[in-house]
Design a protein around this ligand. Structure first.
Ligand SMILES: [Mg+2]
Length: 228
């Protein structure tokens, strides 16, 4: 009963209380001098590079200029994020610490991350939790801006690490947004949705996840869903 369990970060493992958004907007201003965010634009489920490209393009920055500035933009982003996190922005969500540490100790489970965060941002957000090193594989927004690319990247890394192949419902993706539920559909993965983010239980249910939780406070039930 092997499982590759891949967790989203924001509003799944932790709530950074808007720190990522504030840091990205600061980095956009410092890098490009202009950006725009339309009403209703949401960061939820989007990768960091996608957010930078969307907001810079909406502000009139030409594509070539956006791409030329990406590295500097994310250097600034990670620096700003570090300051936000040092000020206490990160809250681990209910049940998550127990869920992560128990799964990490279960030799039937390979524990990983599947996140739109760039790697530097993910490391900064997870640092105060103390459990970031329990995730042994990961696919980040810095690997691909296109979230549906990320499951296959995590899968390949898990196979390289363990020598085992994972397929279909052995691959479990846990997240708080429709993008988390749908990103692995083409691989036939199991999706576990948790309504601790911006999306309501009904919104998530519309995307037909295999399991749906209000939150992860009943972490034993979440483990049962991973292993089911
Ligand atoms: Mg999320």
């Amino acid at each position: 009963m092997r499982r590759l369990a891949l967790f989203d970060i924001d509003c799944t493992l932790l709530d950074a209380h808007g720190a990522g958004g504030r840091a990205i907007r600061h980095a956009l201003t410092e890098t490009y001098g202009r950006w725009q965010q339309s009403d209703g634009y949401t960061y939820h489920g989007r990768t960091d590079p996608q957010i930078v490209r969307d907001l810079a393009a909406a502000g009139g920055v030409p594509p070539a200029e956006i791409e030329a500035g990406m590295e500097a933009c994310f250097d600034t982003y990670v620096r700003c994020l570090r300051a936000e996190v040092a000020a206490g922005a990160v809250e681990v969500l209910p049940g998550v610490r127990e869920l992560v540490t128990t799964l990490a100790d279960d030799d039937r489970v390979v524990l990983g991350l599947l996140t739109g965060n760039v790697i530097g941002g993910a490391e900064v957000k997870l640092a105060p939790t103390g459990f970031g090193d329990r995730f042994v594989v990961a696919a980040y927004g810095s690997d691909s801006a296109h979230r549906p690319d990320l499951p296959a990247i995590a899968l390949r890394r898990a196979e390289e690490l363990t020598g085992r192949r994972f397929a279909g419902k052995q691959i479990v993706i846990v997240g708080d947004s429709p993008a988390d539920i749908t990103c692995g559909v083409h691989l036939g993965v199991k999706a576990i949705a948790v309504a601790t983010g911006k999306h309501t239980r009904d919104e998530l249910a519309a995307h037909a996840p295999d399991h749906l939780f209000d939150d992860l406070s009943d972490w034993r039930a979440a483990i049962a869903a991973v292993l089911a």
